[in-house]
Design a protein around this ligand. Structure first.
Ligand code: DHB
Length: 546
């Protein structure tokens, strides 16, 4: 007779609200203080107004993370056009800076990590209005009370609040709030998808109300998502479906004790941010203006900058999985078959995608077809792909298949089984699902049941199911209570092992099956990074809005 293990679910906490009522105005005032700046792209100079540090909720829990920067081409104030857009028609580009589900400060147009034009600058050049939100994140802690205030679902609530601000100010601000396009990379890509999926859903309203968010819609037009670390409920299973046969890995440093690196993604660091709103700014705090966030960072999970082309090129030692890890991997991998078969996803011909008990099947072929398409595109653009020994070719040299084991060995594992909900309850995602008082928590039944820490006193525990639900776009795509974005641009590089390549493909395919327009590719040998090929991305955006 076995014993039954009860999993204790965390209670649903009351939505966090500010401890002091600050009552920031949520009315955008174009005549308020701004700075005029210029940027040069392709030898053309664009002049734009910078309205920075604008609180997007009336009563933030922490205004250092609940504000946005708004950048508007100067031409829109002179009744001029930028390209085909004018002040009424310009789409609004909404780049989040979320990395690692950490707190994030708002983007400032500048240089990309590689020294080129970043997405915000390029957006202005293409005539977009830029609204760049900061967000709370998993490590935010009130040092007085000791309570955490950036755990799930804070990040998505903040992004929705920023969107509500834009909708409520649509008539006062250049740009068309019915054409908001969200952009993000990694955890930022995940919350970009989540924002697109969850528009106007009532689950988030109590959280928005508690912060004094604008009473306006929260739906967006389109989603751009690079390497989204999403569908966290299924991500552990998916990871083992890929990497079951890879029994060594380089440790990811995204868990406990991770030290955020300074944000290096923008040419101007956060420290050079402009002045805070003053009393004549319209969007004026009635008491205290937000403090500049000089030292906050947007790290990637492993401390590598998001925009480098290698995912795990540090010199950390290879770790060999234990027998217990391998058994756990086996179980997770087997469960992925059920997960995929339950989804009843279809390919573009309407054929249902399934997996067999050994993990092979039409869904695997479908994922491989993305890898093959990426190889073919790279080859057609002049990239030498001959060293990719995992590509199987026929006598004519046509790629016919991918050697799955060899492909995954090539990409290489960067996380142990329980890649996101770690059995030691110490992954970054465990940190995301903590409560105001508990820093780390499981969010899958597997993670809770197979916990390896000493839980003899308490038994296994799991985050609140409602909170877990609110962090996964799969729960809102096609949900009649949500206004889903209708356009999706999804990229996940074939060399990225931060999650399973199937994770973005599952979310994108679900959106496609709902009839939405989905542009999804897995670019050849690209690692954990985003905002590459800006021209292609903005061409897609232009086409989507027209
Ligand atoms: C990120 C990377 C990860 O490996 C992860 O698990 C979550 C987030 C990131 O870079 O944002």
């Amino acid at each position: 007779v076995g014993t039954t293990r009860q999993i204790t679910e965390q209670p649903l906490e009351v939505p966090l609200s500010a401890t002091t009522q600050s009552n920031y105005s949520l009315t955008f005032d174009a005549n308020a203080t701004y700075e005029t700046r210029t940027a040069t792209v392709d030898n053309k100079t664009v002049s734009y107004r910078a309205y920075e540090n604008i609180p997007y909720v009336a009563n933030p829990v922490d205004v250092n993370y609940q504000y946005m920067n708004i950048y508007i081409p100067e031409d829109y104030f002179q009744n001029k056009k930028v390209g085909k857009y004018d002040a009424k028609t310009a789409p609004i580009f909404l780049p989040n800076s979320v990395g690692g589900y950490m707190p994030s400060t708002a983007a400032i147009p500048g240089k990309s990590l590689e020294g080129g034009t970043d997405a915000s600058t390029y957006a202005l050049f293409r005539g977009y209005v830029v609204a760049a939100p900061a967000t709370r994140g998993r490590t935010n802690k009130n040092e007085t009370t000791g309570e955490y205030y950036g755990k799930a679902p804070a990040v998505i609530v903040d992004l929705q609040a920023a969107v509500a601000y834009l909708h409520s100010n649509d008539s006062r601000m250049p740009g068309d709030a019915t054409k908001i396009i969200s952009n993000g990379t990694s955890a930022g890509g995940a919350v970009s998808l989540l924002l697109g999926a969850t528009g106007n859903h009532s689950d988030y309203r109590p959280y928005l109300n508690a912060l004094g968010a604008a009473d306006a819609s929260t739906d967006i037009f389109a989603v751009v998502a690079f390497c989204p670390i999403t569908d966290l409920d299924a991500a552990d299973m998916a990871y083992e479906w890929n990497y079951h046969d890879v029994t060594t890995y380089k440790k990811s440093m995204m868990g406990r004790g991770m030290v955020p690196l300074a944000q290096t993604g923008s040419g101007e660091s956060s420290a050079t941010k402009g002045q805070l709103p003053t009393a004549d700014m319209g969007n004026t705090p009635t008491e205290q203006a937000p403090m500049a966030v000089a030292t906050t960072s947007t790290p990637s999970m492993d401390g590598n900058a998001l925009s480098t082309n290698t995912s795990r090129n540090n010199s950390a030692n290879m770790i060999t999985l234990s027998d217990s890890d391998i058994s756990y991997s086996y179980m997770l991998k087997a469960q992925y078959t059920d997960y995929i078969n339950d989804l009843k996803l279809k390919d573009s011909n309407g054929k249902t995608l399934t997996l067999n008990s050994d993990g092979t099947g039409s869904f695997m072929d479908y994922v491989k077809s993305y890898i093959i398409a990426a190889a073919n595109r790279a080859a057609s653009e002049g990239t030498d792909i001959s060293s990719a020994d995992f590509l199987i070719k026929d006598a004519n040299g046509t790629i016919t298949d991918v050697d799955w084991k060899a492909y995954n060995a090539h990409v290489s594992r960067s996380k142990a089984p329980g890649a996101f909900d770690s059995r030691a309850n110490d992954a970054g995602e465990n940190n995301l699902f903590g409560t105001t008082k508990k820093d780390y928590e499981h969010f899958t039944v597997n993670g809770a049941l197979f916990d390896t820490t000493d839980i003899s006193a308490t038994g296994p525990a799991i985050a609140n199911h409602h909170i877990i639900k609110m962090m996964n776009p799969m729960n809102y795509l096609g949900n009649t209570g949500a206004t889903n974005a209708k356009y999706y641009y999804i990229r996940y590089g074939t060399a990225d092992s931060n999650t399973s390549i199937s994770i973005p493909i599952v979310v994108g395919t679900k959106a496609q099956n709902l009839g939405y327009s989905v542009n999804m590719e897995t670019p050849w040998e690209i690692g954990h990074r985003g905002d590459y090929n800006l021209e292609e991305m903005f061409d897609w955006m232009d086409n989507s809005v027209s």
